[in-house]
Structure formats: structure tokens, C-alpha cells
Design a protein around this ligand. Sequence first.
Ligand SMILES: Cc1cc2nc3c(=O)[nH]c(=O)nc-3n(C[C@H](O)[C@H](O)[C@H](O)COP(=O)(O)OP(=O)(O)OC[C@H]3O[C@@H](n4cnc5c(N)ncnc54)[C@H](O)[C@@H]3O)c2cc1C
Length: 384
Amino acid sequence: MDAEDFKQVRDAVRELVREQVVPREEEIEESDRIPDDLRAQAAAMGLFGYALPEDYGGLGVNMTEDVQLAFEFGYTTPAFRSLFGTNNGIAGQVIAKFGNEAQKKAYLPRLAAGEMIGSFALTEAEAGSDPAGLRTSAVRDGDSWVINGAKRYITNAPLADVFMVFARTDPEERGGRGISSFVVDKSAPGVTVGPHDKKMGQSGAWTSEVYFDDVHVPADALIGEEGRGYSKALTVLSRGRLHIAAMCVGMAQRVLDESVAYAASAKQGGAPIGRFQLVQALIADMHAEWLAGRSMVLAVAERYDSGEDTSIGPSSAKLFCSEMVGRAVDRAVQVHGGMGYLRTTPVERFYRDARLFRLYEGTSEVQRVIIGSGLLREAGMSRG
Ligand SMILES: Cc1cc2nc3c(=O)[nH]c(=O)nc-3n(C[C@H](O)[C@H](O)[C@H](O)COP(=O)(O)OP(=O)(O)OC[C@H]3O[C@@H](n4cnc5c(N)ncnc54)[C@H](O)[C@@H]3O)c2cc1C
């Protein structure tokens, strides 16, 4: 896609988000689902496959473009992006980056068209921050693999048609070695999806547990090399972290805009509260930190695209921006006073929605571990 085409896509996304999705945020919150007509519009615009390769029906954006779209998606309820986020991101990228030709042909065009939803099934009880400890197993049985285990908090699982499942294929190995990835159709006998989880926020985005009981999948369900699934998971998660950082920037911009508008119009003592310098300070801090986050994400995306840094930079951006948006939503509630605590006020909803960003795709602590250990490894420190 050339620069002019991308600009058109970005402008169309901005228009869709601000004119079609923002006015329906309350409806999405109350009904806990994305309306079918919005899903259809997103599919028609190619949003289910914007980050998937053009050869397979996607728009093929690079990371610098991806984050600019995420700035726009972040401006409204994160549930909207979540609907097509796994197709473009953690699930779709496993096939796009590591699948063979047959797997790409079988899945990518349908994921890109929004005819199919893909989910990424890595996390388990006691294997979240340390997914290398996962217990789901895949055992070779002639021409097939038999998968057993349980995954939790799987985004889009209730809607999914296909799962990227990470399972241990070598019980002798410990840690990341001996884990493989498989593409598993939801219709395979033995796959069960639990009821969708009740969450603090991000209403309309669904997660649930997924169980695999003696699920037989053909040998060609294995993605890439046997025993190399863990590094695939880390690769797609790293990309996802930068995308989430950009979502945080978008949300920070939205709550800043809400706060400025409120401060300019809500009155105390007959004049707008925006005349109080302490209110201005809340807004100023939000703006300075939003700008820092935005600049950081763009710089990290450029280095990601050039191959200079695909790990420490994305983790740093995720850490900073998810913490930054946490402060932004808190200040936004403060600017709104009592109104900020009421359910019908957008900033109250964003206050709850933002909390997830510090938890999923690696907690803030895990990002710090990745950054710190990565820098020390680069400096040549041995494991001791
Ligand atoms: C809404 C939602 C959607 C999700 N979607 C998906 C999905 O689509 N696919 C998927 O596979 N997973 C998904 N997840 C899982 C998510 O990635 C994990 O919840 C997250 O990685 C944290 O793991 P955990 O919940 O097991 O917490 P834990 O790992 O138990 O963490 C608990 C606390 O311990 C800290 N901690 C753990 N290890 C360390 C360490 N080494 N050093 C310092 N502190 C540490 C953590 O930072 C945290 O504060 C989702 C989760 C949620 C809530």
C-alpha cells in the first residue's frame, strides 16, 4: 500500500470510529456486544485483515501504519478493536509469519474477510506471566496429534472459528523448549468453550476458557517446526505489545479531549472550571504524557519495521503507555468531579477499560523483566 492509499484507509477508520462507533458506546456497554452492522462495516473496510499480507486478502500494513490505525481504534471502546484484533494480531500473525502455504491459503483470506474469527490460546491456570510452564499436551498418534488441556482468558473464544493452540509436545523438555503450536478448528470434537467471563471493563469484548479433551488434529495442523512454538508466541506477542501501546495512546487522547471539553463548559461559581489552574494542570499533565507516548510509539514502530529492535522497544512502549493511560483516565475522572464517577460518563467507562492494558499481553512487571534482562544480555551478562 502506498502512502496515499494508507492515508485514505486511516481517514476512513477515523471517520468510522468517531461517527459510527463513538455514538454507540453506551449501547455496546449495555448490550455487551458489537452490533452486527458495525461488524459488517469493519469487514467491508478490510479491518479484519489490515495487518495480514496483501497476497492473502489483507491490507498488509507495516508496524508504523498499524500503530496509526491503533491510535484511531483507541479513541473509542476497546471492544471494537478487540473484535478484529486477534485476526490481525496474536492469532492471525501466527499463521501469517509461521504457517506453510496450505495453512496460509486455508485461513488467511477468510480471517482477512472477517468470515472467520481466530483466537490465540496460550494462557493457562499457573501459566500466564510464565507461559513456558503450560501443561496442555499434544501427543503424536500415527498421522494425528491428540491435544489435552485447558486455556483461560482467551479473547474472542466465544466467537472463534479457529484457535492457535500452544501445547507441549516434548514432556522431557522444560520451559520454552518442547512447546509447539497448532491450528485447531473449533468444530473439532473435544473442543469446548466456556461461558464468557464477566469482566471489570471492556464490555463487548469477550473472553472465556477453552477446553481440549482428546482433540484429534491432523499432522498438518502443526504450525512450523515441532518444539519451536514458544518463540512464535513471543514473536507475535512482542508485535502485539506495540499495538496495545498505540491503543493506550488513542484512549489517552480521547479522555484528554473529553476533559478539555468538560473543563471548558462545566461551571462553578458561574465560570468554567477550566479557569482553575489546578484543573489546567491535570489537563497539561495528560497532554504532555499523551504526546510522550505517541512520539515513543511512532519511534519504536520505525525501529520495529527496520528490524533494529523488535523486543525491548515494544515492551518499553507497552510499559510506558499502559501506565500513562492509567494516569490519564484517573485525571480525567478528577476533572469531571462527581460526574466522572457516574456510569453514563465516558471517562468512567474508560477508567475501567484502561485497567486491562497493564495486565494482558504481559503485565507491567513482565515488561520490566523483558527490558531489564534484555539490556543486561546485550551487555554480555551471563546467566550465572
Ligand atoms: C481480558 C483478558 C484477555 C486476555 N486475552 C488472552 C488471549 O487472547 N490469549 C491468551 O493466551 N491470554 C490472554 N490473556 C491472559 C493474559 O495475557 C494474562 O492474564 C497475563 O499475561 C497475566 O497472567 P496471569 O493472569 O496468569 O497472572 P500472573 O502471571 O499470575 O500474575 C500475577 C502477578 O504476579 C506478577 N508476576 C508474575 N510473574 C512475575 C515475574 N516473573 N516477575 C515479577 N512479577 C511477576 C504479575 O506481574 C502480576 O502482578 C487475557 C487476559 C485478560 C484478563
